[in-house]
Design a protein around this ligand. Structure first.
Ligand code: CUA
Length: 149
């Protein structure tokens, strides 16, 4: 075998190993699930937060030009949240950097992803798909606190 072929194979293997390690590391670092597309239903377009038990929540999020509803979401530390996301008008983004959540809000479609908020803090939701003249102002907020009682 040619020495350049061997070098190429070794380099490819090394690069592949780096990618696999990076994917495994992100899986264990962030408690973020794999996004799912679920069948469309009108009930998902009603923005709301539902508490199933002490740590289990469902957020039905609606993106529209140029805001997210619910605009402010308050959760306790350790909350496990199923986000159900759709859009009223055009394609929007739904990105929370600290928990590595990255979804698209598509009119007529529902995207779902589960996230656990392990640390207290203010998490910004930003739209990261260009959606018109107000795109840069499209933000929401998740406030994660220790329970007061
Ligand atoms: Cu919505 Cu950009």
């Amino acid at each position: 075998m040619d020495k350049y072929e061997i070098r190429t194979i070794v380099l490819t293997g090394f690069t592949l190993a780096i990618f696999i390690v990076a994917i495994l590391k992100s899986m264990f670092t962030y408690a973020t699930g794999i996004p799912e597309c679920i069948p469309y239903d009108e009930s998902f377009t009603e923005p709301r937060i539902e508490k199933l038990d002490e740590k289990l929540y469902q957020v039905f999020a609606l993106a529209q030009m140029w805001s997210f509803e619910p605009h402010e979401i308050r959760l306790p530390v350790g909350a496990e949240v199923d986000f159900y996301l759709t859009s009223k008008d055009v394609v929007h983004g739904f990105h929370i950097n600290e928990v590595s959540l990255n979804m698209m809000a598509v009119p007529g479609g529902i995207n779902k992803e589960t996230v656990t908020f392990k640390k207290p803090g203010v998490y910004k939701i930003i739209c990261h798909e260009y959606c018109g003249s107000g795109h840069q102002h499209m933000m929401g907020e998740i406030i994660v606190n220790y329970p007061t009682n």
